[in-house]
Design a protein around this ligand. Structure first.
Ligand code: SF4
Length: 225
């Protein structure tokens, strides 16, 4: 079990999957630069968190719920947790019966090809399971482009991957070393491009050569210039 001062933000999972260097820059070096993509995402999340609870027939909706898992060492906030009345789940204040938690995350863009979004949502589910002592088998994303809701099942593969990624994150935080990465096309959309300088510091670049060039002495005979 982790202690409170060892908890890592849930958002770091997504940063880690997108790029380990970006994760190190944001969470170890506190580098953050907003571009139009991150600004739109932040405004969407702010809007989602504006109202806190809502009741509809058979469903109760809580926004901005704080989440923690001491087993995984993660802390964060859910955009939305819907509680559906059913045969399993937990009891809720001033409500009869059992209610099944179902986390929903809002995303500005379209579904990603990698596991980064699903990992973050699965980590939210694992937090809810630990906090509420009930199973959370599924959740959903609400994507902005195209506007649609996509359900996600938290299967064994996704749960194992989430736990492995959380463990890798804790290793990164303990090492305090921002990893180097290779320049790829995704760097062109990265809000930390200028802080990262992947074409100069990338994994396939020889830092020794870069430094020798930077400290290169002028050719002989140029001393008096
Ligand atoms: S610019 Fe590229 S290598 Fe650097 S942090 Fe962003 S995605 Fe990672």
């Amino acid at each position: 079990m982790f202690t409170e001062d060892q908890l890592i933000p849930l958002s770091a999972l997504q940063h880690w999957v997108y790029c380990r260097r970006q994760c190190g820059l944001i969470h170890l070096e506190q580098a953050w630069a907003e571009n139009h993509l991150t600004a739109e995402g932040r405004l969407l999340h702010d809007r989602v968190h504006e109202s806190e609870t809502e009741n509809r027939p058979g469903v109760r909706i809580v926004r901005g719920l704080r989440l923690v898992s001491y087993a995984l060492g993660l802390v964060g906030q859910a955009d939305v947790v819907e509680f559906y009345r059913g045969d399993s789940g937990i009891t809720l204040p001033e409500a009869d019966g059992l209610w099944q938690p179902f986390p929903v995350e809002y995303k500005r863009g379209k579904p990603k090809k990698d596991d980064s979004d699903s990992l973050q949502l699965c980590a939210q589910a694992l937090c809810l399971e630990e906090m509420l002592q009930t199973e959370v088998p599924a959740g959903a994303f609400f994507y902005g482009k195209p506007r649609r809701r996509t359900d996600v099942t938290f299967d064994t593969r996704l749960r194992d991957l989430t736990r492995q990624t959380a463990a890798a994150l804790h290793e990164l935080f303990e090492s305090r070393q921002t990893p180097r990465e290779r320049y790829t096309k995704k760097c062109d959309n990265c809000s930390l491009y200028l802080q990262c300088m992947p074409q100069t510091t990338g994994i396939d670049k020889k830092i020794d050569m870069y430094l020798s060039k930077a400290f290169e002495l002028p050719p002989e005979g140029d001393d008096e210039l």
